[in-house]
Design a protein around this ligand. Structure first.
Ligand SMILES: [Fe+2]
Length: 504
């Protein structure tokens, strides 16, 4: 078979060095291999050649074989997890109680009608949440307001399609519902109330659904207040079972910077062989959530190959499988993909297929990104967190140093990826990224920085990373916090972060 995209990519990389692809190239053999690695290997194998060199199937096979050999020699040695024979983990005595709620990850054509249906679904689902705010009952649809006199008080809800600063320094936002669009003015008043409202308006982001309380004035609604869907204050749940949930993400197996020794030490700790005060805590762990970027992937960004220790995607997942298999079998493990993983990039992402991550253990579960896991009555919403980038760049005051704040912004907007186009999402008939059910725990990764926060009774946790600081992060001035494992104890209802950064 000939995959035109692959051929194009390889041909582009080789053409400057005097190479031409022959017509018999079968791209099936190239699948799962980085094109940059392949082209460099072909160039290396033909060093000294002059003129135009034709790359045929024989040469391609030789290059692929060399890559596989390199990969095998560079691949970290098999997992050496230590197990303690005297370890009596409490969690092994407790029966597992879990339910998996995957989000549908159907594909869509991306036609205009798909987008219309998608945004309608977003609007109606979040409007329903807004309607539950008794103090701000939505009084009418936007289309209805045309007949209203100036001065009338209204509460309208819609999807934000535009926000500009006018010549006079006011903010004008456009919101839309299925009946029309409304222009909302936020006046730049210097009084305290005006400043507060203006500050709120600067936090509005494209494509989010909000309600506006205001007064009609000619063609505008003069805003008095912005109402976000938000979440009500909730009581913490009472969990009788003394179990714990460990959160990890961004393991990046296959990267040169994957912190293998520390990760292995953590696996040994789970097996009771690291004798620290936290050994009892290790024994309480009944569930582990791996929140995406479980391997480093290939071709995720330009020149990615340079940062890879393992150049073959299947080998990366094979190594990950070996690590997961070293986790004690009474612990249930839920694995979801992230933006580095080799499944569909558009969110919701489907669970890993068997061809990629093949683990035949009844305690290991492949789940979608995002997904909800109900663990002993605790609702855990797990999402990789790719949209955190667009939230950090759109909302004033957000930063990579505090991912928990950006996660809170998503929670208040009741949507996991509100800015359309910030990252790829599937425009399906139902918007499957709405946070309709308020979780007890909201788990994300992606930022490589640990963060914890409690808001209205919801535990927000970012589980950091197991990858060392990358060159990109150095250039960005971002300081990741690798090898810190947040563990939530259900009965105590609190987190302990176990530090695996020390000497190993
Ligand atoms: Fe990551």
């Amino acid at each position: 078979m000939r995959d035109k995209e692959l051929l194009k990519a390889l041909s582009k990389l080789l053409s400057n060095s005097g190479f031409m692809l022959s017509a018999d190239i079968d791209t099936d053999a190239m699948k799962g291999v980085g094109m940059e690695a392949l082209s460099s290997k072909i160039i290396e194998l033909n060093q000294g050649a002059t003129g135009i060199t034709v790359v045929d199937m024989d040469m391609l096979r030789r290059a692929l074989a060399e890559i596989e050999k390199d990969s095998a020699s560079k691949a970290p040695v098999p997992v050496e997890v230590k197990r303690a024979t005297d370890f009596k983990p409490a969690a092994s005595e407790i029966e597992a109680d879990y339910q998996i709620k995957n989000r549908p990850s159907d594909r869509a054509e991306g036609s205009v009608s798909d987008f219309v249906a998608y945004f309608r679904s977003r609007l109606s689902r979040i409007k329903e949440i807004l309607s539950s705010h008794r103090a701000y009952a939505i009084t009418q649809s936007i289309g209805n307001m045309k007949n209203f006199m100036s001065g009338r008080e209204v509460v309208v809800a819609g999807i934000l399609t535009n926000r500009i600063t006018t010549k006079n320094g006011n903010i004008m936002a456009t919101i839309e519902d299925e009946t029309g669009e409304a222009k909302i003015m936020f006046m730049n008043n210097p009084n305290t109330e005006g400043k507060r409202l203006f500050e709120s308006a600067s936090r509005l982001i494209n494509d989010e659904v909000i309600a506006i309380k205001g007064k009609i004035s000619g063609p505008f609604v003069i805003a008095k207040e912005i109402v976000w869907p938000d979440i009500p204050i909730r009581e913490r749940k009472v969990i009788e079972d003394d179990i714990a949930i460990a959160f990890m993400s961004d393991i990046h197996v296959g990267s040169k910077l994957f912190m293998k020794k520390n990760f292995t030490k953590m696996l040994s700790w789970l097996n009771g062989s690291v004798d620290t005060k936290s050994r009892t805590l290790a024994g309480k762990i009944k569930y582990i959530i791996m929140g995406g970027d479980v391997v480093d992937g290939i071709g995720v960004y330009p020149d990615h190959d340079r940062d890879l220790a393992v150049l073959d995607i299947y080998s990366q997942y094979q190594m990950l499988a070996e690590y997961i298999e070293a986790i004690p079998d009474y612990i249930h493990v839920f694995v979801l993909p992230g933006n580095h993983d080799a499944v569909q990039r558009a969110e919701p992402q489907p669970p890993f297929p068997e061809e990629l991550l093949d683990i035949k253990l009844s305690n290991v579960h492949m789940v979608s990104n995002p997904s909800t896991l109900v663990l002993h009555k605790l609702n855990v919403l797990a999402y990789h967190g790719t949209s955190l980038d667009s939230i950090i760049s759109s909302v004033p005051g957000m930063s990579y140093a505090k991912p928990e704040d950006a996660m809170l912004e998503l929670l208040k907007r009741r949507h996991l990826s509100p800015v359309y186009g910030g990252n790829i999402i599937v425009p399906t008939q139902t918007d499957n990224l709405v946070i309709d059910e308020v979780p007890d725990i909201l788990h994300m990764g992606h930022i490589h920085k640990n963060g914890l926060l409690e808001y209205h009774g919801v535990q927000i946790v970012n589980s950091g990373t197991w990858q060392d600081r990358t060159d990109f992060q150095v250039r960005q001035g971002h300081m990741p916090t690798p090898c810190n494992l947040p563990v939530f104890e259900a009965k105590k209802y609190g987190f302990t972060t176990v530090d695996f950064t020390g000497v190993v």
